[in-house]
Ligand binder design. Sequence first.
Ligand SMILES: Nc1ncnc2c1ncn2[C@@H]1O[C@H](COP(=O)(O)OP(=O)(O)OP(=O)(O)O)[C@@H](O)[C@H]1O
Ligand SMILES: [Mg+2]
Length: 252
Amino acid sequence: METTPIVSMRGITKRFGGVTALEAVDLDAYSGEVLAIVGDNGAGKSTLIKILTGVYQPTGGNIELDGEPLVMNSHSDAIEKGIDAVYQTLALADHLDPAANMFLGSELTTSLLGFSMLDNARMRLETERVLKERLGVTLKSLDVPTESLSGGQRQAVAIARAVYHADLRVLVMDEPTAALGPQETARTLSLIETLKEQDLAIILISHSLDDVFAVSDRIQVMRRGRRVGSVMTPDTTREEVLGMIVGGTKAA
Ligand SMILES: Nc1ncnc2c1ncn2[C@@H]1O[C@H](COP(=O)(O)OP(=O)(O)OP(=O)(O)O)[C@@H](O)[C@H]1O
Ligand SMILES: [Mg+2]
């Protein structure tokens, strides 16, 4: 693991009108590390990673990429910098096949007799290649609507789309196993290991301490908009993490 983070968030605050969703939160993401973010509902996990992925702009604080200030105005700014996210909802076009989903909005074209047309053959080959080479996933058929795939396969397509950007460096996964059965959960966790070996920084938001303890290297605990802990996974226990999630003091 490298010692310099790819991205650092410092003192991030986010207010929605009168609601303070985040208060002075720090986060560091390292190449080849799986960072789990845990915390109760409403703790600020999703808001924090939406700021990291350019979806929201912070009310205060700053972000650095490779030690340089990073200001993002949109999600596409983040993608351009190699930071992307896969959400539980996956945002796939279910009626389209996996290749169409991989290239949604950035279709490959070829020119024939001066006309530009979709290069379906190449998009399919590229989809097959990225799924196999980057994720170790082979689909039985690529000639099916994405809605007919299993939850884990659909997720692989969504992840493939994110990693297809050759310079992807930070991948955020918000509750990737929430809708999956045990077998598909195991596949998703091994997929996370595969991406980690490719030196990506993985940020895993999860309510499942089983998943968190299975794949993470470090755990950042959020409570009521604050970071209340950041511990190396091998050095902690479920009890300790649960204690940080609910807090040592009585709820106000
Ligand atoms: N767009 C918004 N407008 C107003 N308040 C918001 C908005 N987004 C989030 N919040 C508030 O910010 C706080 C943090 O929400 P967030 O979604 O980040 O929590 P979370 O940790 O992801 O929770 P969960 O585990 O339920 O997904 C909550 O109090 C939430 O109601
Ligand atoms: Mg959330």
